[in-house]
Write a protein that binds this ligand. Structure first.
Ligand code: 5GP
Ligand code: MG
Ligand code: MG
Length: 178
């Protein structure tokens, strides 16, 4: 285990198994359709790369960068689009792929934004879900695992841009950020 972690919550094996299940579920739900998968930079990248290879219907990719966090560990409540997609999503089936849903503010904003662009459908997929952090009515359509209200890193998730490349998911020691 990485020395800055308090605990590993999901191992590489557990993640791989769960991602495969999510891919199978999405494949069944989108049978006969094409998906536009929109990954939210940067945190969702690792999950995105693994998930799309478990989806067996045609998938186009695009990416968006949005931010509701600085380098602190609590959401600021405002969402900024730092980079937009360049795909025309009108009449397309969009799945937004996120690392974690906490307050839900980021995904609520992005979902409404994509609906305004007249997507045929917009669903939300997140590797992790923190139910205790929720401040909106947002629910993930495809969720890997629920996590406790702790600061999580690894498998794409960072603290101050570090730890994204840890291949498993863990809780960061409080002394690192307090
Ligand atoms: P929300 O808008 O749902 O509050 O926040 C979503 C974003 O906050 C995530 O995409 C992620 O970047 C960040 N975030 C929320 N909880 C955590 C966490 O436990 N660890 C890390 N590294 N980022 C988090
Ligand atoms: Mg994010
Ligand atoms: Mg972050």
């Amino acid at each position: 285990m990485h020395k800055d972690l308090e605990k590993v919550v999901f191992t590489e094996e557990q993640i791989k198994k769960r991602v495969k299940e999510l891919g199978e579920e999405i494949t069944r739900d989108y049978d006969g359709k094409e998906i536009v998968a929109v990954g939210i930079l940067k945190g969702a990248i690792v999950f995105f790369a693994d998930l799309i290879r478990e989806i067996k219907v045609p998938v186009k990719f695009d990416f968006m960068a949005a931010s509701s966090y600085g380098s602190s560990t609590k959401t600021s409540g405002t969402v900024r689009i730092l980079k937009d997609i360049d795909t025309d999503i009108e009449n397309k089936h969009v799945i937004i792929i996120e690392d974690i849903i906490d307050s839900g503010l980021t995904l609520k904003y992005l979902k409404e934004n994509f609906e305004h662009r007249k997507a045929a459908s917009v669903k939300l997929c997140a590797m992790l879900n923190k139910p205790e952090g929720r401040r909106t009515d947002i629910k993930g359509d495809y969720v890997g695992f629920d996590v406790p209200d702790e600061f999580i890193v690894g498998y794409g998730l960072d603290y101050a841009s570090v730890y994204r490349n840890i291949p498993y998911i863990g809780i960061l020691k409080k002394e690192i950020y307090s």
